[in-house]
Design a protein around this ligand. Structure first.
Ligand SMILES: Nc1ncnc2c1ncn2[C@@H]1O[C@H](COP(=O)(O)OP(=O)(O)O)[C@@H](O)[C@H]1O
Ligand SMILES: [Mg+2]
Length: 424
């Protein structure tokens, strides 16, 4: 068994041939399933080419294979995998080459002896090993190109080889359409992102220069209001002095607003320099600063031990400073207050979430989302402020790939929680 028996008759030999062709076809189809999977994951023309050139050869058992793309009126031999050089990198007019014939006729071609076929440009083949070939169009309805398989011995390629090559070409057409689709989508995303970035940068620069330019006239207002107050102290009545004080007070508030706006601007413009930050030490430092600002207040700080974040130290300090200042401010009407800084329990592998909690006046939770927009304040004149602090905090958090949320109820305190996404 196994050896070809010497006394087989013609019918038996033909049956053996058919069986081995069927086996080869089945093996080829199995192989093709894996190739189709690889093709479905290919995102670039190069990767499709690389898969196809070796698959074409392996599937058909040929001595060489080419991957040809239609480029207007010519065939471009984009890639090859063969025992000797073929036409990689060359271009031929569609009328003068067999891939052109396949592309124009939208059908596969089988050639047993290339020198007997007048569709073949014999000169281009004389320097190669090729004697026989099969060529199948990629996307039969409107060919994008063709795939060729070549043999060094003169032979008639089998039906199975033709079918396998055509199946590969059909899968390739889907892969190529995917590549075009992805390239188009990526290009659109890139263009959109660039556009948004440009608009953002322009707005940012505008906000920065406006804030900056407002400083000069403001200094003039402050300076002259002060000069009038000093020089005309004895001629002004109390009402006029009161007006002057309001001018000065408004100028000081505006100065504070400009500072806050410039800070907000800087938060977006400065490059992010991440490192490991001792959040516990940072929060302690800030709590001491707050306590020193008003030693008469009775505030207990509860700061969790061992908090470490991967963040930009200056920006994280600005964020915590804003949140802890708010906690300090919005508990100021209480005889005794408590301010907590800690990390929320999160699932394993989830990003770090830090929180700042107080037991102050709180706010209506439904209005929480508005607080993160610049100038949004809920507290009126009861508590001084600019309404830019939380906007600054959110920008900082977002630049770290995280987000911030607030939980609160009137007179029930507030908790601000924010995540920090570790570096990729
Ligand atoms: N801890 C807090 N408790 C109660 N309300 C708060 C707290 N933090 C922020 N808010 C509300 O959010 C608003 C915006 O905060 P923020 O942007 O820091 O501005 P500002 O502190 O200048 O008022 C505040 O005016 C206040 O209404
Ligand atoms: Mg604030």
């Amino acid at each position: 068994m196994g050896e070809t028996a010497p006394n087989k008759n013609e019918a038996e030999t033909a049956a053996d041939g058919a069986r081995s062709e069927a086996d080869a076809y089945t093996r080829g189809m199995e192989h093709l399933v894996g190739i189709v999977q690889a093709l479905s994951l290919a995102r670039t023309l190069q990767s499709v080419q690389a898969i196809v050139r070796s698959a074409a050869r392996a599937l058909t058992g040929a001595d060489g294979a080419t991957f040809v793309l239609r480029d207007g009126d010519s065939s471009f031999y984009a890639d090859e995998d063969a025992i000797g050089p073929l036409w990689k990198g060359k271009r031929f007019p569609l009328e003068t080459c067999i891939s052109g014939w396949v592309i124009q006729h939208r059908e596969a071609v089988v050639i047993e002896d290339i020198f007997l076929d007048d569709r073949i440009p014999h000169d281009a083949y004389r320097a190669t090993f090729v004697k026989s070939l099969v060529m199948a169009p990629i996307r039969r309805e409107d060919p994008l190109g063709a795939i060729g398989a070549y043999w060094a011995d003169r032979r008639l390629p089998t039906q199975a080889e033709v079918k396998l090559l055509q199946a590969l070409a059909d899968s390739t057409s889907i892969a190529l359409e995917n590549v075009q689709l992805y390239a188009g989508l990526e290009e659109r995303v890139r263009a959109r992102t660039a556009e948004l970035e440009a608009i953002n940068a322009e707005l940012e620069a505008f906000a920065y220069s406006v804030s900056h330019d407002l400083r000069t006239p403001l200094r003039v207002i402050q300076g002259f209001a002060q000069a009038v107050a000093e020089d005309a102290d004895d001629v002004l009545d109390d009402e006029a002095k009161g007006h002057l004080r309001r001018v000065t007070g408004a100028a000081v508030r505006m100065d504070g607003l400009i500072d806050a706006l410039l800070d907000l601007s800087r938060v977006s413009r400065a490059p992010l320099a991440r490192t490991s930050v001792d959040v516990t030490a940072l929060a302690r430092e800030l709590s001491v600063e707050l306590a020193e600002r008003d030693p008469t207040r009775e505030v207990v700080f509860v700061i969790e031990e061992g908090l470490v974040a991967d963040a930009d130290p200056a920006l994280l300090r600005a964020a915590l400073d804003n949140l802890m200042n708010n906690a300090w401010k919005f508990t100021s009407k209480k005889a005794a207050a408590r301010i907590e800084v800690g990390a929320s329990p999160v699932a394993l592998g989830a990003p770090l979430e830090l929180f700042v909690r107080d037991d102050g006046v709180g706010f209506d939770a439904l209005r929480a989302p508005q607080l993160f927009a610049p100038f949004h304040r809920l507290c009126g004149a009861d508590f001084p402020g600019t309404g830019i602090g939380l906007a600054t905090v959110r920008r900082i958090v977002r630049r770290h790939g995280g987000d911030i949320r607030a939980e609160s109820a009137p007179e029930r305190g507030a908790t601000f929680s924010f995540t920090l996404q570790p570096r990729a």
